[in-house]
Ligand binder design. Structure first.
Ligand SMILES: Nc1ncnc2c1ncn2[C@@H]1O[C@H](COP(=O)(O)OP(=O)(O)O)[C@@H](O)[C@H]1O
Ligand SMILES: O=P(O)(O)OC[C@H]1O[C@](O)(COP(=O)(O)O)[C@@H](O)[C@@H]1O
Ligand SMILES: [Mg+2]
Length: 530
């Protein structure tokens, strides 16, 4: 007799999703796997290793060894400059590394993209493990490096700048490092700054970017002309998804011209929207800072009758800050993010939920990501389609819109007196210095980038994958955007913690279209996610 009872979490479940395809490699087209594959890096010359480390799906006919092991290799300068000389890594004489068990990362060390596996699952995609290599492709005297920061601010940018400068100087004896001012356009429109450990010594204690930043102004030809004219041979580019796309263009042009220039991207984004990596630097600091705004909203609304607090947080297309700030706080009743469309009126809508909470607790706190409900807003506000200098769509103010709609609903329709408190801490959460753990994270990113460039890798981005730092081809991180997956457990944890509506219960008269879009979105995710 089966005595098992089903978990209350199961509930009446929707139709089971179609089983995921058994071969995950379908998602990794061969062209992508081979695009940057470089035999020199991948030990093809060693017959014992070659079967294992070559993208074997295409190469090995024996199905017994076809375990789906794939390396997403990053480009190397020797891919287009095969005769480049290499040198012993000066770190081998470094006092700091004197008693380290394994100073240099073994070339066969890779980081698995998929960490939760099944006994019979394909081994999947792997990235090169970041860290110092035995051989470098630059002498200390030869290096002329530059650093540029682009896009919006984020806590920790100055720490990354500082640690690139100090890493290059202390670990590799590099003395020639230039700061490009004001983003990409600074390459061709501004004088450079000379960066030394002394110049950058204190900058990690400040928010913002010591080098200034900008949006727009990416002109690949002019930038690479300038790199060439100034004799720069290592380019460190700190920025978000737009910046990384720009870095990919620079790398392609450098490769086309056959220049000995290593291009390294360091992913920066407050929105945590960069794919592949675990988390972007400064994100934790921003979530922590957001707590202050949420606390203030909670204190305010708790102290009045029918208090409604709204806190608007950053998050253009990805609601990670709002989601994590909500989960961390426990004072938030409802979190609205761009990935999960919501509606106001009727059963299962926001107004109904607010009224319930006011009856129950006398107050409510709502956290809304700036990109939430944009489609809905555009419908009712005759949305204007403006873009910033980088081509990012300018968002309509969901916070003000929400505030006004809630006020109108309760005072005019429901004839209820409410106390509305709207807090918009937008720039405050990103214009601060990074916290201690982000500082450490920034240091690792900077040092990994330096080791990678010195080792001759190029066209790569650094970042943690399952907590291990890896080199990822730039093109790989720009292909998709990291967004909150409504079908993942994290969003379920949030719903379980706030007990807010999921906004899936809809009909045509109550924003049914928005709701249908969500269901389509979720169904789509179920099919594509593994
Ligand atoms: N597709 C692209 N190709 C080349 N450069 C780009 C591209 N998208 C954005 N950029 C450049 O990258 C820089 C930063 O982009 P932006 O979207 O503002 O910030 P972020 O990098 O933080 O996402 C800008 O100078 C912009 O011109
Ligand atoms: O007003 P700005 O400086 O253009 O920045 C606003 C945008 O920058 C961000 O903070 C981060 O965006 P990026 O990572 O693309 O720079 C977004 O959350 C926000 O919409
Ligand atoms: Mg961006």
């Amino acid at each position: 007799m089966d005595l098992s009872i089903s978990s209350p979490l199961c509930g009446p479940s929707p139709a089971a999703p179609a089983p995921a395809p058994t071969s995950t490699l379908i998602l990794y087209p061969k062209s992508q796997i081979f695009r940057s594959f470089n035999p020199r890096n991948s030990y093809l010359s060693n017959p014992l290793l070659s079967r294992r480390y070559f993208p074997i799906r295409a190469q090995v006919s024996d199905p017994a060894v076809d375990d789906g092991f794939v390396i997403d290799d990053v480009p190397h300068l020797t891919t287009f400059l095969p005769d480049l000389p290499s040198y012993p890594n000066p770190l081998q004489n470094s006092q700091a590394y004197a008693i380290v068990k394994q100073t240099f990362v073994r070339p066969e060390d890779v980081v698995a993209q998929k960490i939760v596996v099944q006994r019979d699952s394909s081994r999947g995609k792997h990235f090169l493990r970041a860290g110092p290599r035995e051989k470098v492709y630059f002498t200390s005297e030869e290096v002329r490096a530059c650093i540029v920061t682009c896009g919006g601010l984020c806590p920790g940018i100055n720490t990354v700048i500082r640690e690139i400068v100090c890493g290059l100087n202390y670990m590799y004896g590099v003395n020639d490092i230039l700061g490009i001012q004001g983003g990409y356009r600074g390459f061709y429109s501004k004088n450079t700054l000379t960066l030394t450990p002394k110049v950058v010594n204190d900058i990690h204690k400040r928010g913002g970017t010591f080098l200034l930043t900008s949006r727009g102004g990416h002109d690949t030809q002019k930038i690479v002309d300038n790199i060439q004219d100034r004799g720069i041979n290592q380019v460190y580019i700190i920025g978000g998804d737009g910046t990384q796309r720009g870095a990919a263009r620079i790398f392609e042009e450098v490769e086309k011209r056959g220049l000995k220039v290593a291009v390294a991207g360091i992913p920066k984004t407050i929105d945590n929207d960069i794919a592949v990596i675990d988390k972007s630097f400064g994100f934790d600091t921003a979530v922590e800072e957001a707590q202050r705004a949420i606390n203030a909203a909670h204190v305010e609304v708790e102290s009045v009758e029918n208090g409604i607090g709204i806190v608007k947080l950053m998050g253009r297309y990805s609601g990670f800050i709002a989601m994590f700030a909500t989960l961390a706080s426990r004072d938030v009743d409802c979190c609205l993010i761009p990935e999960s469309p919501f509606y106001l009126e009727g059963k299962g809508g926001l107004f109904e939920f607010i009224e319930e909470r006011l009856k129950e607790n006398g107050h409510i706190v709502i956290v809304v990501a700036e990109g939430a409900g944009q489609e809905y807003l555009a419908q009712s506000m005759q949305g204007i389609d403006e873009k910033d200098a980088s081509g990012n769509r300018l968002l309509l103010d969901v916070g003000l819109w929400l505030t006004q709609n809630i006020k109108d609903h309760f005072t005019k329709e429901r004839k209820m007196a409410i106390n509305m408190k709207y807090i918009d801490p937008t720039y405050m959460i990103r214009a601060i210095p990074s916290n201690a753990s982000d500082n450490i994270y920034c240091t690792l990113l900077a040092q990994s980038a330096v080791h990678g460039a010195m080792a001759g890798y190029t066209g790569f981005t650094v970042g943690p994958v399952n907590s291990r730092h890896a080199y990822i081809p730039i093109s790989h991180v720009t292909e998709t955007q990291n967004t909150v997956k409504l079908t993942d457990r994290m969003w379920a944890r949030l719903l379980a913690s706030t007990n807010q509506p999921s906004f899936l219960n809809c009909d045509e008269s109550r924003g049914g279209k928005v709701c249908k879009d969500t269901i389509d979105l979720i169904n789509n995710m179920k099919i594509t996610s593994i």
